[in-house]
Write a protein that binds this ligand. Structure first.
Ligand SMILES: Nc1ncnc2c1ncn2[C@@H]1O[C@H](COP(=O)(O)OP(=O)(O)OP(=O)(O)O)[C@@H](O)[C@H]1O
Length: 485
Protein backbone atom coordinates (compact mmCIF):
# COMPACT_ATOMS: atom_id res chain seq x y z
CA UNK A 1 0.00 0.00 0.00
CA UNK A 2 1.35 3.46 -0.88
CA UNK A 3 2.32 5.75 1.98
CA UNK A 4 -0.43 8.30 1.20
CA UNK A 5 -3.12 5.59 0.91
CA UNK A 6 -1.94 4.16 4.21
CA UNK A 7 -2.22 7.60 5.81
CA UNK A 8 -5.74 8.01 4.47
CA UNK A 9 -6.93 4.63 5.74
CA UNK A 10 -5.04 4.00 8.97
CA UNK A 11 -4.89 6.05 12.15
CA UNK A 12 -2.17 3.81 13.57
CA UNK A 13 0.15 1.44 11.78
CA UNK A 14 2.49 -0.77 13.82
CA UNK A 15 5.09 -2.65 11.80
CA UNK A 16 7.48 -5.29 13.14
CA UNK A 17 7.89 -3.56 16.48
CA UNK A 18 10.27 -5.11 18.96
CA UNK A 19 11.14 -3.82 22.42
CA UNK A 20 14.12 -5.45 24.06
CA UNK A 21 15.24 -4.82 27.61
CA UNK A 22 18.63 -5.83 28.91
CA UNK A 23 18.19 -7.79 32.12
CA UNK A 24 21.08 -8.07 34.57
CA UNK A 25 21.24 -10.65 37.34
CA UNK A 26 22.85 -8.12 39.71
CA UNK A 27 23.07 -4.31 39.51
CA UNK A 28 26.88 -4.52 39.44
CA UNK A 29 26.73 -6.53 36.17
CA UNK A 30 25.58 -3.40 34.34
CA UNK A 31 28.72 -1.58 35.44
CA UNK A 32 30.95 -4.57 34.67
CA UNK A 33 29.53 -4.72 31.17
CA UNK A 34 30.05 -1.03 30.50
CA UNK A 35 33.74 -1.17 31.51
CA UNK A 36 34.61 -4.60 30.09
CA UNK A 37 37.63 -4.16 27.75
CA UNK A 38 36.58 -7.35 25.88
CA UNK A 39 32.95 -6.14 25.59
CA UNK A 40 31.81 -9.16 27.56
CA UNK A 41 28.02 -9.57 27.87
CA UNK A 42 26.64 -9.59 31.40
CA UNK A 43 23.00 -9.37 30.43
CA UNK A 44 20.28 -11.39 28.75
CA UNK A 45 17.84 -9.89 26.29
CA UNK A 46 14.20 -9.80 27.32
CA UNK A 47 11.65 -9.22 24.56
CA UNK A 48 8.75 -7.22 26.00
CA UNK A 49 7.50 -7.11 22.38
CA UNK A 50 8.66 -9.31 19.56
CA UNK A 51 7.89 -8.40 15.94
CA UNK A 52 4.46 -6.93 16.55
CA UNK A 53 2.43 -5.68 13.56
CA UNK A 54 -1.16 -4.48 13.33
CA UNK A 55 -3.17 -1.59 11.92
CA UNK A 56 -5.95 0.51 13.35
CA UNK A 57 -8.29 1.98 10.76
CA UNK A 58 -9.54 5.55 11.18
CA UNK A 59 -12.74 5.57 13.26
CA UNK A 60 -12.23 2.03 14.55
CA UNK A 61 -12.27 1.05 18.23
CA UNK A 62 -9.56 -1.53 18.78
CA UNK A 63 -8.84 -3.40 22.00
CA UNK A 64 -5.56 -5.00 23.01
CA UNK A 65 -5.89 -7.95 25.36
CA UNK A 66 -3.49 -10.45 26.88
CA UNK A 67 -2.33 -11.81 30.21
CA UNK A 68 -0.22 -9.71 32.60
CA UNK A 69 3.13 -8.81 31.12
CA UNK A 70 2.12 -9.58 27.53
CA UNK A 71 3.26 -6.15 26.33
CA UNK A 72 -0.01 -4.21 26.11
CA UNK A 73 1.17 -1.12 27.98
CA UNK A 74 4.51 -1.25 26.21
CA UNK A 75 2.93 -0.95 22.76
CA UNK A 76 0.65 1.87 23.92
CA UNK A 77 3.67 3.74 25.27
CA UNK A 78 5.50 3.22 21.97
CA UNK A 79 2.51 4.49 19.99
CA UNK A 80 2.23 7.57 22.18
CA UNK A 81 5.98 8.21 21.99
CA UNK A 82 6.68 7.68 25.70
CA UNK A 83 8.96 4.75 24.74
CA UNK A 84 11.00 4.17 21.59
CA UNK A 85 10.94 0.74 19.95
CA UNK A 86 14.19 -1.25 19.70
CA UNK A 87 13.32 -2.06 16.07
CA UNK A 88 10.32 -1.52 13.81
CA UNK A 89 8.14 1.46 12.98
CA UNK A 90 4.95 3.07 14.21
CA UNK A 91 3.03 5.52 12.08
CA UNK A 92 0.37 7.69 13.71
CA UNK A 93 -1.99 9.80 11.59
CA UNK A 94 -3.91 12.14 13.86
CA UNK A 95 -3.81 14.04 17.11
CA UNK A 96 -3.43 11.60 20.02
CA UNK A 97 -4.83 12.02 23.48
CA UNK A 98 -3.71 9.29 25.84
CA UNK A 99 -4.73 8.09 29.23
CA UNK A 100 -1.82 5.89 30.21
CA UNK A 101 -0.97 4.55 33.65
CA UNK A 102 -1.55 6.94 36.51
CA UNK A 103 0.93 9.75 36.55
CA UNK A 104 2.15 9.49 32.97
CA UNK A 105 2.14 12.93 31.36
CA UNK A 106 1.60 14.79 34.64
CA UNK A 107 4.01 16.86 36.68
CA UNK A 108 3.42 15.94 40.31
CA UNK A 109 4.45 19.35 41.64
CA UNK A 110 2.08 21.28 39.37
CA UNK A 111 -1.53 21.91 40.31
CA UNK A 112 -4.37 20.31 38.39
CA UNK A 113 -4.95 23.50 36.40
CA UNK A 114 -1.24 23.85 35.55
CA UNK A 115 -1.17 20.24 34.36
CA UNK A 116 -4.20 20.86 32.15
CA UNK A 117 -2.42 23.77 30.44
CA UNK A 118 0.86 21.88 30.20
CA UNK A 119 -0.80 18.88 28.53
CA UNK A 120 -2.74 21.16 26.21
CA UNK A 121 0.47 22.83 25.08
CA UNK A 122 2.06 19.41 24.50
CA UNK A 123 -0.88 18.51 22.26
CA UNK A 124 -0.42 21.71 20.26
CA UNK A 125 -3.24 23.83 21.72
CA UNK A 126 -2.73 27.51 22.52
CA UNK A 127 -3.43 28.88 26.01
CA UNK A 128 -6.57 30.54 24.65
CA UNK A 129 -7.83 27.29 23.12
CA UNK A 130 -7.29 25.51 26.42
CA UNK A 131 -9.09 28.30 28.29
CA UNK A 132 -12.14 27.57 26.14
CA UNK A 133 -12.02 23.89 27.11
CA UNK A 134 -11.28 24.41 30.80
CA UNK A 135 -14.90 24.53 32.03
CA UNK A 136 -15.79 21.26 30.28
CA UNK A 137 -12.73 19.57 31.73
CA UNK A 138 -13.44 20.79 35.27
CA UNK A 139 -17.15 19.96 35.04
CA UNK A 140 -16.34 16.44 33.96
CA UNK A 141 -13.62 15.89 36.58
CA UNK A 142 -15.80 17.09 39.49
CA UNK A 143 -12.88 17.43 41.87
CA UNK A 144 -13.79 20.91 43.10
CA UNK A 145 -11.10 23.12 44.56
CA UNK A 146 -8.54 20.32 44.43
CA UNK A 147 -7.66 21.56 40.91
CA UNK A 148 -5.72 24.34 42.66
CA UNK A 149 -3.64 21.82 44.66
CA UNK A 150 -0.48 20.03 43.43
CA UNK A 151 -1.51 16.70 41.91
CA UNK A 152 0.85 14.83 44.27
CA UNK A 153 -1.77 15.44 46.95
CA UNK A 154 -4.51 13.69 44.94
CA UNK A 155 -6.00 10.31 45.70
CA UNK A 156 -5.76 7.85 42.78
CA UNK A 157 -9.50 8.34 42.18
CA UNK A 158 -9.11 12.12 41.92
CA UNK A 159 -6.14 11.70 39.68
CA UNK A 160 -7.96 9.48 37.22
CA UNK A 161 -10.90 11.89 37.17
CA UNK A 162 -8.66 14.75 36.12
CA UNK A 163 -6.65 12.67 33.66
CA UNK A 164 -9.74 11.26 31.99
CA UNK A 165 -11.56 14.60 31.89
CA UNK A 166 -8.53 16.08 30.20
CA UNK A 167 -8.00 13.22 27.75
CA UNK A 168 -11.55 13.21 26.42
CA UNK A 169 -12.27 16.93 26.35
CA UNK A 170 -9.46 17.93 24.01
CA UNK A 171 -11.21 16.59 20.87
CA UNK A 172 -8.62 13.95 20.07
CA UNK A 173 -8.56 12.22 16.70
CA UNK A 174 -7.11 9.17 18.42
CA UNK A 175 -7.92 8.32 22.03
CA UNK A 176 -5.70 5.82 23.80
CA UNK A 177 -6.86 4.41 27.13
CA UNK A 178 -4.80 2.04 29.25
CA UNK A 179 -6.85 0.34 31.93
CA UNK A 180 -6.89 3.58 33.89
CA UNK A 181 -10.64 3.55 34.21
CA UNK A 182 -10.65 0.67 36.63
CA UNK A 183 -9.34 3.08 39.30
CA UNK A 184 -12.34 5.40 39.37
CA UNK A 185 -15.52 4.69 41.29
CA UNK A 186 -18.35 2.93 39.52
CA UNK A 187 -20.34 6.15 38.92
CA UNK A 188 -17.41 7.91 37.35
CA UNK A 189 -16.63 4.79 35.29
CA UNK A 190 -20.13 4.73 33.86
CA UNK A 191 -19.91 8.44 33.03
CA UNK A 192 -16.61 7.80 31.25
CA UNK A 193 -18.02 4.90 29.27
CA UNK A 194 -20.97 7.03 28.17
CA UNK A 195 -18.58 9.78 27.08
CA UNK A 196 -16.34 7.30 25.30
CA UNK A 197 -19.36 5.99 23.44
CA UNK A 198 -20.16 9.55 22.27
CA UNK A 199 -16.55 9.99 21.18
CA UNK A 200 -16.67 6.68 19.34
CA UNK A 201 -19.89 7.62 17.58
CA UNK A 202 -18.34 10.89 16.47
CA UNK A 203 -15.69 8.94 14.54
CA UNK A 204 -12.70 9.20 16.88
CA UNK A 205 -10.31 6.28 16.68
CA UNK A 206 -9.97 4.51 20.03
CA UNK A 207 -7.26 2.12 21.13
CA UNK A 208 -7.89 0.59 24.54
CA UNK A 209 -6.26 -1.89 26.89
CA UNK A 210 -8.41 -3.48 29.52
CA UNK A 211 -8.86 -6.73 31.40
CA UNK A 212 -12.62 -6.15 31.40
CA UNK A 213 -13.84 -8.51 28.67
CA UNK A 214 -17.37 -7.10 28.90
CA UNK A 215 -16.09 -3.70 27.71
CA UNK A 216 -14.03 -5.33 24.98
CA UNK A 217 -17.09 -7.12 23.62
CA UNK A 218 -19.30 -4.07 23.96
CA UNK A 219 -17.06 -1.40 22.48
CA UNK A 220 -14.45 -2.89 20.17
CA UNK A 221 -14.70 -3.41 16.43
CA UNK A 222 -11.49 -5.41 16.45
CA UNK A 223 -9.23 -6.96 19.09
CA UNK A 224 -5.51 -7.75 19.03
CA UNK A 225 -4.42 -10.63 21.27
CA UNK A 226 -0.88 -10.66 22.69
CA UNK A 227 0.91 -13.24 24.78
CA UNK A 228 4.40 -12.86 26.27
CA UNK A 229 5.26 -10.06 23.85
CA UNK A 230 4.07 -11.98 20.80
CA UNK A 231 1.21 -11.27 18.46
CA UNK A 232 -1.17 -14.25 18.72
CA UNK A 233 -4.12 -13.21 16.59
CA UNK A 234 -6.52 -10.40 15.72
CA UNK A 235 -10.18 -10.48 14.87
CA UNK A 236 -13.68 -10.07 16.23
CA UNK A 237 -13.97 -9.38 19.98
CA UNK A 238 -15.95 -12.56 20.71
CA UNK A 239 -13.45 -14.80 18.99
CA UNK A 240 -10.41 -13.09 20.53
CA UNK A 241 -11.88 -13.20 24.05
CA UNK A 242 -12.46 -16.94 23.58
CA UNK A 243 -8.82 -17.39 22.56
CA UNK A 244 -7.69 -15.25 25.51
CA UNK A 245 -9.66 -17.45 27.89
CA UNK A 246 -7.90 -20.46 26.43
CA UNK A 247 -4.57 -18.85 27.31
CA UNK A 248 -5.87 -18.13 30.83
CA UNK A 249 -6.84 -21.79 31.15
CA UNK A 250 -3.25 -22.78 30.25
CA UNK A 251 -4.24 -24.25 26.89
CA UNK A 252 -1.62 -22.57 24.75
CA UNK A 253 -0.91 -25.78 22.79
CA UNK A 254 -4.53 -26.31 21.90
CA UNK A 255 -4.77 -22.63 20.99
CA UNK A 256 -1.79 -22.88 18.64
CA UNK A 257 -3.43 -25.93 17.00
CA UNK A 258 -6.67 -23.99 16.61
CA UNK A 259 -4.88 -20.99 15.08
CA UNK A 260 -3.02 -23.29 12.72
CA UNK A 261 -6.35 -24.86 11.70
CA UNK A 262 -7.89 -21.41 11.17
CA UNK A 263 -4.90 -20.36 9.13
CA UNK A 264 -5.23 -23.47 6.94
CA UNK A 265 -8.94 -22.81 6.47
CA UNK A 266 -8.18 -19.22 5.52
CA UNK A 267 -5.59 -20.40 2.99
CA UNK A 268 -8.02 -22.93 1.57
CA UNK A 269 -10.71 -20.31 1.20
CA UNK A 270 -8.22 -17.98 -0.45
CA UNK A 271 -7.14 -20.74 -2.82
CA UNK A 272 -10.70 -21.56 -3.73
CA UNK A 273 -11.45 -17.88 -4.16
CA UNK A 274 -14.65 -18.04 -2.18
CA UNK A 275 -15.83 -17.05 1.24
CA UNK A 276 -17.81 -19.93 2.68
CA UNK A 277 -17.85 -18.64 6.26
CA UNK A 278 -21.65 -18.46 6.25
CA UNK A 279 -22.12 -22.05 5.21
CA UNK A 280 -19.88 -23.31 8.00
CA UNK A 281 -22.14 -22.42 10.87
CA UNK A 282 -25.05 -24.61 11.76
CA UNK A 283 -28.19 -23.06 13.14
CA UNK A 284 -29.33 -24.32 16.50
CA UNK A 285 -32.96 -25.27 16.86
CA UNK A 286 -35.64 -23.17 18.48
CA UNK A 287 -36.05 -24.73 21.90
CA UNK A 288 -36.16 -27.94 24.01
CA UNK A 289 -33.91 -30.95 23.71
CA UNK A 290 -33.03 -32.42 20.31
CA UNK A 291 -31.61 -35.90 20.22
CA UNK A 292 -29.99 -37.76 17.33
CA UNK A 293 -28.91 -41.39 17.67
CA UNK A 294 -26.25 -42.93 15.44
CA UNK A 295 -23.69 -45.75 15.20
CA UNK A 296 -20.45 -43.99 14.35
CA UNK A 297 -19.90 -40.82 16.38
CA UNK A 298 -17.78 -39.13 13.75
CA UNK A 299 -20.22 -39.98 10.98
CA UNK A 300 -22.50 -37.41 12.59
CA UNK A 301 -20.04 -34.59 12.17
CA UNK A 302 -21.71 -33.58 8.92
CA UNK A 303 -24.97 -32.89 10.73
CA UNK A 304 -23.47 -31.46 13.89
CA UNK A 305 -20.24 -29.86 12.79
CA UNK A 306 -21.25 -26.56 14.44
CA UNK A 307 -18.83 -24.30 12.65
CA UNK A 308 -16.08 -26.91 12.43
CA UNK A 309 -14.44 -27.13 9.09
CA UNK A 310 -13.13 -30.62 8.54
CA UNK A 311 -11.64 -29.83 5.18
CA UNK A 312 -8.25 -28.87 6.60
CA UNK A 313 -7.21 -32.55 6.63
CA UNK A 314 -5.89 -34.47 9.61
CA UNK A 315 -7.86 -35.26 12.76
CA UNK A 316 -11.35 -33.75 12.94
CA UNK A 317 -11.45 -30.84 15.34
CA UNK A 318 -13.63 -31.48 18.38
CA UNK A 319 -16.05 -28.82 19.53
CA UNK A 320 -14.49 -28.83 22.99
CA UNK A 321 -11.13 -27.81 21.47
CA UNK A 322 -12.75 -24.48 20.73
CA UNK A 323 -13.93 -23.96 24.31
CA UNK A 324 -12.20 -23.21 27.58
CA UNK A 325 -12.23 -26.61 29.22
CA UNK A 326 -11.64 -27.04 32.94
CA UNK A 327 -8.96 -29.69 33.34
CA UNK A 328 -9.28 -29.50 37.10
CA UNK A 329 -12.85 -30.77 37.01
CA UNK A 330 -14.50 -33.55 38.97
CA UNK A 331 -15.37 -36.43 36.67
CA UNK A 332 -16.78 -39.86 37.41
CA UNK A 333 -19.05 -42.64 36.18
CA UNK A 334 -19.09 -46.39 35.70
CA UNK A 335 -17.66 -46.12 32.18
CA UNK A 336 -20.64 -47.49 30.30
CA UNK A 337 -21.04 -44.15 28.53
CA UNK A 338 -18.59 -41.42 27.66
CA UNK A 339 -19.36 -37.77 26.96
CA UNK A 340 -16.51 -37.42 24.51
CA UNK A 341 -17.31 -34.00 23.11
CA UNK A 342 -19.37 -30.94 24.01
CA UNK A 343 -20.18 -27.58 22.55
CA UNK A 344 -21.75 -24.30 23.55
CA UNK A 345 -23.22 -22.52 20.56
CA UNK A 346 -24.48 -18.98 20.32
CA UNK A 347 -27.48 -17.89 18.26
CA UNK A 348 -25.37 -17.75 15.12
CA UNK A 349 -24.06 -21.28 15.60
CA UNK A 350 -20.56 -20.23 16.71
CA UNK A 351 -18.89 -22.43 19.30
CA UNK A 352 -18.07 -20.08 22.15
CA UNK A 353 -17.95 -19.65 25.91
CA UNK A 354 -19.42 -16.18 25.50
CA UNK A 355 -23.17 -15.83 25.29
CA UNK A 356 -25.30 -12.75 25.06
CA UNK A 357 -28.16 -12.31 27.48
CA UNK A 358 -31.48 -12.41 25.64
CA UNK A 359 -30.20 -14.64 22.83
CA UNK A 360 -30.91 -18.29 22.09
CA UNK A 361 -28.04 -20.70 22.70
CA UNK A 362 -27.45 -24.43 22.50
CA UNK A 363 -25.64 -26.88 24.74
CA UNK A 364 -24.52 -29.84 22.67
CA UNK A 365 -23.32 -33.15 24.13
CA UNK A 366 -21.91 -36.09 22.18
CA UNK A 367 -21.94 -39.42 23.96
CA UNK A 368 -20.78 -42.90 22.96
CA UNK A 369 -21.75 -46.10 24.68
CA UNK A 370 -19.67 -49.08 25.75
CA UNK A 371 -22.56 -51.22 27.03
CA UNK A 372 -26.24 -51.85 26.60
CA UNK A 373 -28.38 -49.31 28.42
CA UNK A 374 -32.16 -49.34 28.34
CA UNK A 375 -32.97 -45.70 29.04
CA UNK A 376 -30.08 -43.26 29.23
CA UNK A 377 -30.80 -39.72 30.42
CA UNK A 378 -28.74 -36.74 29.26
CA UNK A 379 -28.49 -33.72 31.56
CA UNK A 380 -26.99 -30.27 32.02
CA UNK A 381 -26.74 -27.92 35.02
CA UNK A 382 -25.56 -24.32 35.23
CA UNK A 383 -24.11 -23.20 38.56
CA UNK A 384 -22.73 -19.91 39.82
CA UNK A 385 -19.15 -19.54 41.04
CA UNK A 386 -20.21 -20.43 44.61
CA UNK A 387 -21.64 -23.73 43.37
CA UNK A 388 -25.34 -22.85 43.63
CA UNK A 389 -27.37 -24.68 41.00
CA UNK A 390 -29.20 -21.99 39.07
CA UNK A 391 -30.88 -23.98 36.35
CA UNK A 392 -30.69 -27.18 34.35
CA UNK A 393 -32.77 -29.89 32.80
CA UNK A 394 -32.53 -33.35 31.29
CA UNK A 395 -34.01 -35.43 28.49
CA UNK A 396 -36.35 -37.18 30.95
CA UNK A 397 -37.86 -33.90 32.25
CA UNK A 398 -38.20 -32.69 28.68
CA UNK A 399 -39.85 -35.92 27.51
CA UNK A 400 -37.27 -36.55 24.76
CA UNK A 401 -37.48 -39.96 23.13
CA UNK A 402 -34.29 -41.87 23.93
CA UNK A 403 -34.02 -45.38 22.48
CA UNK A 404 -32.12 -48.24 24.18
CA UNK A 405 -28.44 -48.31 23.18
CA UNK A 406 -25.82 -51.01 22.64
CA UNK A 407 -22.00 -50.87 22.59
CA UNK A 408 -20.75 -48.70 19.74
CA UNK A 409 -23.90 -46.57 19.61
CA UNK A 410 -23.67 -42.82 19.96
CA UNK A 411 -26.00 -39.92 20.58
CA UNK A 412 -25.79 -36.21 19.98
CA UNK A 413 -28.05 -34.21 22.27
CA UNK A 414 -28.88 -30.54 21.99
CA UNK A 415 -30.55 -28.36 24.59
CA UNK A 416 -31.61 -25.05 23.06
CA UNK A 417 -33.00 -22.18 25.14
CA UNK A 418 -32.86 -18.45 25.72
CA UNK A 419 -30.10 -17.08 27.95
CA UNK A 420 -31.89 -15.18 30.69
CA UNK A 421 -29.18 -15.30 33.37
CA UNK A 422 -27.68 -11.93 34.30
CA UNK A 423 -24.29 -10.96 32.92
CA UNK A 424 -21.51 -12.84 34.73
CA UNK A 425 -19.51 -16.04 34.97
CA UNK A 426 -21.16 -19.43 35.35
CA UNK A 427 -20.10 -23.08 35.21
CA UNK A 428 -21.64 -25.82 33.11
CA UNK A 429 -21.91 -29.47 34.21
CA UNK A 430 -23.35 -32.37 32.24
CA UNK A 431 -23.92 -36.06 32.60
CA UNK A 432 -25.35 -39.25 31.18
CA UNK A 433 -27.31 -41.10 33.86
CA UNK A 434 -30.18 -43.55 34.20
CA UNK A 435 -32.32 -45.60 36.54
CA UNK A 436 -31.71 -49.33 36.94
CA UNK A 437 -33.82 -51.38 39.36
CA UNK A 438 -34.99 -48.20 41.00
CA UNK A 439 -31.41 -46.98 41.57
CA UNK A 440 -29.94 -43.80 40.08
CA UNK A 441 -26.83 -44.73 38.07
CA UNK A 442 -24.19 -42.33 36.74
CA UNK A 443 -22.62 -43.56 33.51
CA UNK A 444 -20.50 -40.42 33.04
CA UNK A 445 -20.60 -37.05 34.77
CA UNK A 446 -18.51 -33.95 34.12
CA UNK A 447 -18.78 -31.31 36.85
CA UNK A 448 -17.87 -27.73 35.94
CA UNK A 449 -16.50 -28.84 32.61
CA UNK A 450 -16.54 -25.38 31.05
CA UNK A 451 -17.42 -21.79 31.87
CA UNK A 452 -20.28 -19.76 30.48
CA UNK A 453 -19.65 -16.03 30.29
CA UNK A 454 -22.85 -14.09 29.89
CA UNK A 455 -22.48 -10.63 28.42
CA UNK A 456 -25.28 -8.24 29.16
CA UNK A 457 -25.82 -4.57 28.60
CA UNK A 458 -28.83 -4.50 30.90
CA UNK A 459 -28.62 -6.32 34.19
CA UNK A 460 -31.77 -6.42 36.25
CA UNK A 461 -32.15 -7.58 39.86
CA UNK A 462 -31.24 -11.10 40.99
CA UNK A 463 -29.82 -14.06 39.13
CA UNK A 464 -32.03 -14.04 36.08
CA UNK A 465 -34.15 -11.71 34.00
CA UNK A 466 -37.90 -12.41 33.75
CA UNK A 467 -37.93 -10.20 30.67
CA UNK A 468 -40.68 -8.02 32.06
CA UNK A 469 -42.80 -6.03 29.64
CA UNK A 470 -43.05 -2.47 30.97
CA UNK A 471 -45.91 -0.07 30.39
CA UNK A 472 -45.89 3.39 31.93
CA UNK A 473 -48.61 5.92 31.16
CA UNK A 474 -48.40 9.51 32.34
CA UNK A 475 -51.64 10.65 33.94
CA UNK A 476 -53.13 14.11 33.34
CA UNK A 477 -52.09 16.69 35.92
CA UNK A 478 -54.45 16.99 38.86
CA UNK A 479 -53.85 19.40 41.72
CA UNK A 480 -53.14 17.53 44.96
CA UNK A 481 -55.84 18.04 47.61
CA UNK A 482 -54.80 20.22 50.55
CA UNK A 483 -53.80 18.06 53.51
CA UNK A 484 -56.63 18.04 56.10
CA UNK A 485 -55.66 19.23 59.53
N1 LIG B 1 11.86 -1.03 31.99
C1 LIG B 1 11.69 -2.33 31.89
N2 LIG B 1 12.74 -3.17 32.06
C2 LIG B 1 12.58 -4.51 31.94
N3 LIG B 1 11.42 -5.12 31.68
C3 LIG B 1 10.33 -4.34 31.50
C4 LIG B 1 10.40 -2.91 31.61
N4 LIG B 1 9.17 -2.42 31.40
C5 LIG B 1 8.36 -3.48 31.17
N5 LIG B 1 9.05 -4.64 31.24
C6 LIG B 1 8.54 -6.01 31.06
O1 LIG B 1 7.93 -6.09 29.78
C7 LIG B 1 6.83 -6.97 29.82
C8 LIG B 1 5.61 -6.28 29.23
O2 LIG B 1 5.16 -5.27 30.13
P1 LIG B 1 3.79 -4.48 29.92
O3 LIG B 1 3.66 -3.54 31.06
O4 LIG B 1 3.74 -3.93 28.54
O5 LIG B 1 2.73 -5.66 30.02
P2 LIG B 1 1.13 -5.56 30.09
O6 LIG B 1 0.63 -6.51 29.06
O7 LIG B 1 0.69 -4.15 29.99
O8 LIG B 1 0.85 -6.15 31.53
P3 LIG B 1 -0.31 -5.81 32.63
O9 LIG B 1 -1.55 -6.46 32.10
O10 LIG B 1 0.20 -6.50 33.85
O11 LIG B 1 -0.40 -4.32 32.75
C9 LIG B 1 6.66 -7.39 31.28
O12 LIG B 1 7.23 -8.68 31.46
C10 LIG B 1 7.43 -6.34 32.05
O13 LIG B 1 7.97 -6.89 33.24
Amino acid sequence: MSDSKQRAEYAISVKDVTKVYKLYEKPIDRLKESVSPTHKNYHRDFYALNGLSFNVKKGETVGIIGTNGSGKSTILKIITGVLTPSTGQVQVNGKISALLELGAGFNMDYTGIENIYMNGTMMGYTKKEMEAKLDDILDFAEIGDFVYQPVKTYSSGMFVRLAFALAINVEPEILIVDEALSVGDVFFQSKCYRRMEEIRQSGTTILMVTHDMGSIIKYCDKVVLLHKGEFISQGTPGHMVDLYKKILAGQMDSLRAQLEQERREEELRGAEGRDDAGSRSSQPGTGGAAVTPGGDPDAQMSDFSGGMDLSGGGKPLLMKDQLTINYDRTEYGDGRAEIYDLGLLDERGNITNLLLKGEMFTIRERIRFNAEIQAPIFTFTIKDKMGTELTGTNTMFEGADIKPVKPGDAYTVEFTQKMTLQGGEYLLSMSCTGFEHGEHVVYHRLYNITNVTVISNKNTVGVYDMESQVKAVKEPYRAQPEPTK
